[in-house]
Ligand binder design. Structure first.
Ligand SMILES: NC(=O)C1=CN([C@@H]2O[C@H](COP(=O)(O)OP(=O)(O)OC[C@H]3O[C@@H](n4cnc5c(N)ncnc54)[C@H](OP(=O)(O)O)[C@@H]3O)[C@@H](O)[C@H]2O)[C@@H](O)CC1
Ligand SMILES: Nc1ncnc2c1ncn2[C@@H]1O[C@H](COP(=O)(O)OP(=O)(O)O)[C@@H](O)[C@H]1O
Ligand SMILES: [K+]
Length: 504
């Protein structure tokens, strides 16, 4: 799914109106209807509702929603924030329609701002994607008051005051509990710094033109279940293990063999044909006992890796989980980078070594996958001042290094060598637990070995990992969820994606 900027959204609305065709006011009715349905599902109709409407189309939505909620027997109060003399046409039509049902109140100055009573639910329809500058004046005061109130706040389309795709976090912005947005997510929703504004956000479909969306150019994408299911390959009836690749995992050191084990289990559970783990001696009986399906190549060193194993017949290589940064291990990484012809995925200490030895980073083969969490990315690429700045640095980094970076977190961002960024839609805070990154490395390694392209392995791998985490949460909850659970639920995650595939 594409992520568009405010200008593209405007053009998309206009195109849909011309080509469906549908009258602008009817498109507004459709969008408002979707919001109202969402609201009615969520709140009982004895909830007192206070709607703040601007004078543009976002305000028009608010007025239409007010009418729909009145018709659903909600007790609705509406205040129009008169920040401008100019009102949009569809606002005017909806104002007339609502006037027949209730008395609309107006806010012209600070004195008109009402006290917000306890228990009221606020709908924020002050500004949407048409916001062109930071909120100021009495509207800013209103935003402050809404944010200081105890009320539950639901924003229509976007929290009022938040730019769609650039930083303005130091200005006046509604801090919503929920944001119900139309059809496509906004870039701002995907960045950690904006969570306090958007709250939990959801999308509702409003039938905007798919062909127009298809030809819009953007660097930003949101991975839906359909997107992920298109990437998933089918296994063939007469296939054998040789068809599903041979993965090599270099992982583990004394005291961190669990990371190797988690990664190895995930590699096998993601469908690889064969897996060899290259481990220090201390890992031999651990791996053979806990995971008999994995073959072992044993290093001469007791505690850490000092040798590159044979790369013959290997289809993909993963390095990093539980590794350590001993000087001999650094040599292993260097040799591997120079010798490997197979696709590579780097994680954990392999990334820390690259960050410490930038000459090695320069030699990383093109299209390799690096899976840093934000701190590891900072070590690799440098510090940034906010999430937009980090996104920009991420794009510069992948273009310069010609690699794929999986920047992990909520809405993990997968940056491809051309600078395109894919944000993940699965995953939950229960996954913020030791070892869940090691599991991801194993999943991606497995897909690479099965001949998925590096782009697809990264995107599908991240999606599956988050989906398995979401399924694990259903039984374990967020606190009790551990990385092993993510591995356990991989089978169910594949089944869910297969179902999506079969429904299409
Ligand atoms: N058919 C459609 O198009 C559909 C649209 N839909 C809905 O429309 C929303 C977009 O509506 P919109 O484009 O009218 O812009 P909106 O956010 O309501 O306000 C902009 C107004 O405020 C003004 N303004 C801006 N910043 C300001 C500031 N800081 N302080 C003061 N004024 C400021 C700006 O004026 P100007 O920039 O020209 O000065 C303009 O007058 C979208 O989010 C969705 O909810 C849906 O119904 C689906 C169908
Ligand atoms: N709040 C969250 N929401 C969604 N996914 C998360 C969240 N926190 C962590 N994750 C996921 O869990 C994994 C954590 O990886 P990492 O930090 O490398 O852990 P470790 O080093 O312990 O294996 C990443 O894939 C990340 O996207
Ligand atoms: K809004």
């Amino acid at each position: 799914m594409k992520i568009l900027n405010a200008q593209q959204i405007k053009e998309l609305d206009a195109f849909t109106i011309r080509h469906e065709p549908i009258a602008s006011i009817d498109l507004m009715e459709r969008a408002s209807g979707q919001f109202a349905d969402w609201f009615i599902q969520k709140f009982p109709n004895n909830t007192p509702v206070l709607i703040f409407c601007g004078v543009g189309n976002n305000g028009g939505d608010g007025l239409a929603v007010a009418r729909m909620l009145c018709q659903a027997q909600f007790n609705v109060e509406v205040m129009v924030v008169r920040f401008s003399e100019k009102t949009s046409e569809d606002f005017q039509v909806n104002e007339q329609r609502l006037n027949k049902l209730i008395t609309i109140q107006n806010i012209h100055s600070e004195e008109d701002i009402p006290l917000i009573e306890e228990g009221v639910v606020i709908i924020d329809a002050i500004f949407g994607s048409g916001l062109s500058r930071p909120i100021d004046g009495f509207t800013a005061q209103l935003v402050r008051q809404i944010n200081h109130s105890q009320a539950t706040v639901i924003s229509i389309d976007t929290p009022s005051g938040l730019y769609c795709s650039s930083n303005n976090s130091d200005t006046h912005i509604i801090e919503a509990d929920y944001t119900v947005s139309f059809q496509l997510p906004k870039l701002s929703f995907l960045l950690p710094q904006n969570q306090r504004f958007t709250g939990t956000w959801e999308l509702v479909e409003i039938g905007l033109d798919p062909e127009f969306i298809e030809q819009c150019e953007t660097s930003y994408h949101f991975i839906t279940s359909e997107d992920a299911s298109h990437l998933l390959k089918k296994r063939k009836k007469f296939s054998h293990k040789g068809h599903y690749g041979h993965a090599l995992l270099l992982a583990g050191s004394f005291g961190k063999m669990g990371a190797a084990l988690l990664s190895a289990k995930a590699t096998l559970r993601t469908g690889v044909g064969l897996l060899t783990c290259h481990l220090p001696l201390c890992g031999y009986s651990i791996m053979q006992t806990a995971l008999p399906e994995a073959m072992c190549s044993i290093d001469h060193h007791e505690h850490y890796i000092t040798e590159v194993p044979s790369l013959a017949k290997i289809n993909a290589i993963g390095i990093g989980p539980g590794l350590n940064q001993h000087v001999s291990t650094i040599h292993v990484l260097e040799k591997l980078i120079q010798e490997a012809k197979q696709p590579l995925v780097f994680d954990a200490d392999a990334l820390n070594i690259l960050a410490e030895h930038k000459y090695l980073l320069k030699q990383v083969p093109e299209n390799s996958i690096l899976t840093p969490h934000p701190k590891e990315f900072e070590r690799l690429a440098g510090e940034t001042i906010n999430d937009y700045d980090r996104l920009k640095l991420l794009q510069e980094f992948v273009i310069e290094c010609n690699v794929i970076v999986v920047l992990k977190g909520a809405h993990t961002a997968i940056a491809l060598p051309n600078g395109s960024i894919y944000f993940n839609s699965t995953g939950n805070p229960g996954m913020a637990t030791a070892g869940s990154g090691d599991v991801l490395t194993g999943i991606i390694l497995s897909l690479l070995a099965q001949n998925y392209t590096p782009d697809h392995a990264a995107i599908l791998g991240v999606y599956l990992h988050g989906l398995a985490g979401d399924l694990a949460r259903e039984t374990e909850g967020e606190e009790a969820l551990i990385a092993s659970d993510i591995v356990e639920y991989l089978g169910e995650a594949f089944a869910v994606l297969r179902n999506v595939q079969n429904e299409e």
